[in-house]
Design a protein around this ligand. Structure first.
Ligand SMILES: [Zn+2]
Length: 173
């Protein structure tokens, strides 16, 4: 596997550029963090799913496109609860997350003709978690020769359009 995808130094260029602002702030559930984008997405009305890049919800999970993708279609699967540690997951949440990972890998494979996937969890900031307080699994679709999505697509400004397109595609699944 190409290490560029895990560490992606070019990703910083995008984060520092004109990253789309998060939409409005809403009140989050008890135990949630109002500054956490996952809690915000969980708490907000589904009519804001497009702005928040939410492609799916289940009883205990939410699926959100990564606003700072490592690759096109980069999806995050998280428990709805703001929890940081694996042992805090209930058996239902664990089952739900595994089912969602499996479902979305299949959906991305079908919708985007992905040829492979990196699926994983970064626990703790030292492990690369950008949002250590609210655990989330990454699904990064891979294509043969995809070394760098950002350099392929040419400019950071193209990312919001790519995100919109990915949202449309996955939302249909
Ligand atoms: Zn949260």
């Amino acid at each position: 596997m190409n290490n560029d995808v895990l560490w992606a130094p070019w990703r910083m260029a995008y984060i520092k550029s004109d990253a789309k602002e998060e939409p409005r702030k809403v009140e989050v559930a008890q135990g949630g963090d109002p500054n956490c984008f996952i809690c915000q997405a969980v708490a907000d009305s589904t009519e804001y799913d497009r702005e928040r890049l939410v492609v799916g919800r289940t009883e205990s999970t939410v699926a959100i496109l990564n606003r700072f993708p490592y690759n096109n279609g980069h999806l995050l699967i998280a428990p709805k609860r703001h929890i940081a540690r694996m042992e805090l997951l209930t058996p239902e949440e664990s089952r739900d997350i595994m089912a969602e990972l499996s479902y979305w890998v299949g959906a991305i494979e079908k919708a985007m003709n992905a040829e492979g996937f990196n699926v994983g969890l970064n626990l703790g900031r030292v492990a690369g978690a950008g949002l250590p307080g609210h655990m989330h699994w990454h699904i990064v679709p891979r294509w043969n020769g995809d070394a760098s999505f950002i350099t392929t697509i040419g400019s950071a400004k193209a990312i919001p359009q790519a995100l919109e397109a990915a949202w449309e595609l996955l939302r249909r699944e």
